[in-house]
Ligand binder design. Sequence first.
Ligand code: ADP
Ligand code: MG
Length: 677
Amino acid sequence: MSLALTDSVATLKGVGQKRQDALRELGIFTIEDLLTYYPFRYEDLGARLPSETLDGEKVTFKGIVSTPAIVRRYGKRSQTVLGLLIDRENIRVTFFNQPWVAKNIEVGQEVAVYGTYNAAKAALTAIKLVPASTNVLDPIYPATKSVKAKTIADLIEQAWGLFRGQLPNLVPSTLREKYRLLDKNQQVEWTHFPKDSAEAKAGRRSAAFEEFFIFQMRLQLLKQADQSFGGQPLQYQQAAVDQLIQALPYQLTAAQDRVVGEILADQAAPRHMNRLLQGDVGSGKTVVASIAMYAAVTAGCQAAMMAPTEILAQQHAKSLAKLFDQAGIDLRVELLTSGLKASQRRQILADLEAGEIDIVVGTHALVQDDVFFHHLGLAVIDEQHRFGVKQRSKLREGGMNPDILAMTATPIPRTLSITAYGEMEVSIIDELPAGRKQIITSQLSERQFDQALALVKAELAKGAQAYVVTPLIEESETLDVRNVTEVYQSLQADLPDYTVGLLHGRLPKEDKDTLMQGFKENQIQVLVATTVVEVGVDVPNASIMLILDADRFGLAQLHQLRGRVGRGDRQSYTVLVADPKTEYGKERLNALVETTDGFELAQKDLELRGAGDILGTKQSGMPEFQVGDPVKDLTMLTIAQQEALALVRQSGWDQEEDNQALVAYLSQTMAQFRHFD
Ligand code: ADP
Ligand code: MG
């Protein structure tokens, strides 16, 4: 029976159930997956001189054995020492517990030894003898506790022995020629078994392009599939929409005006809208979404808005109702959350299905199986990075494939957004409403807490309100995190003239609501809270935010938190209270003090952390790549995107002989891709 590339790795020798499970965790299902599981670095076994080697570095020395190998035994353990003359330097080489090496070594013989260099002692702690004739790069694979890098290397060798020369090219030959990319078999051979670093580099270059190209092909196909559903051309009423815009208590910024135009044009077009609205905190995304929802309603459809938290859903429902009320527009807005009483919920579901509700705002409760719409024309998803792909597609499966408008304030450097949101159109609000005062951010150490408190008191004295944010809710002595309740109690004592509220995720829903409402209405002046206030909460009278243990938060999260103040006319402040211990921690907080621009911060974050890290976080919503680095290899990524787009636009591309392997590979892996989170 002959094996196929698409067969399970279980068909290889040495792969039982346990190892199969362990490999699956690394995303390795088939033999093809295994052969394209590339090393993340190479151990350089090529010889070097001691003078070129740093203390503690792993290195291979090649030289002449100058003193005989002497074995000393200590019970089961042993030490084998010999002298090695390299160029004109004599190095003392020690092997631990490898007494047999002495047998193969004679004075005057040329040998190569790989090990760890100790510069002060001019000594090498040997790891192994290396065949002196070749320069070798040893591939090192990303591994886990349950499957070692060496095991992976052995399996790859086994698989390569079976499939050498049989791997089909996924990248079309025209592109391989145009960009000097390797044939797939050479690419695989050179990445796993390079003769020298030039081969390893060339192999990786081709592998990275292939990875980016496949990724972009999938996005393009998803996009096509999306559009082939057929959108609903909404015939919205321009005059009615204008009336709403006229009635707003402020003028739209130029950026808001522009994105409203982009969105409405998309809604009116016969194709399906799948658009991402990116804008910094406070840039006014909500009103843009409200206009789009109203447009859908004027076209005789319903609109839905999904928010990540109950607090936020309530806030959106209220402000929508108020917005339409002010404009003298009569429509029905309802809230659908899991906190509803069963009878209320039943009524709302019935009215939704009957088309008696125009706009529904909710949480995850909106995507339950028993929610049916009469005619859903637009679904808005606020803070989209908080929802998984499944929930987003669920909304879509509601039967009618509504237009999708996703909103995010997670600033992703513009250059990177093409990779993250490749299948979506992107609208960007790159301007804050006029007259918005810059938030002044400062950093104080723990010892200066009194100073921070004085700033809060000064703001309270002016009639403004304050947030105090703490990172964790449970007392944890080891972590030395201030307990939110403790902070609450001490602030009550420090601020006897004001009402202090305590908000955290574990409170019953009604308590949370009451608290938020109280804060909005200024019955509570100081809100001590965990990060539940991170997203979207809008209380314009709040002018100062203290963030305790600020170094425990990510940069993006701190920026989100800070966006809770500076939402009204008041000059607003953020005070980061922290004693960062690392240089990186200091720089991060410093970046916040220096800029309030989310995109600039995202760029800074990227520089500080490196792409790998940012891309790895769920927050960013960025996909992870195995070989390519979307930051370092951005040009390559952009080219891969352009080429993928160009390819799918060619009619009959999927019929061409040269593309058959690609088509087969994409269709095999697409189902899996749709559910990557
Ligand atoms: P975000 O983009 O963070 O969701 P919001 O939509 O919550 O921002 O808007 C922040 C605040 O700015 C709200 O209080 C909103 O009423 C106000 N706002 C929105 N657009 C404008 C504008 N063009 N001019 C003045 N204020 C605006
Ligand atoms: Mg918002």
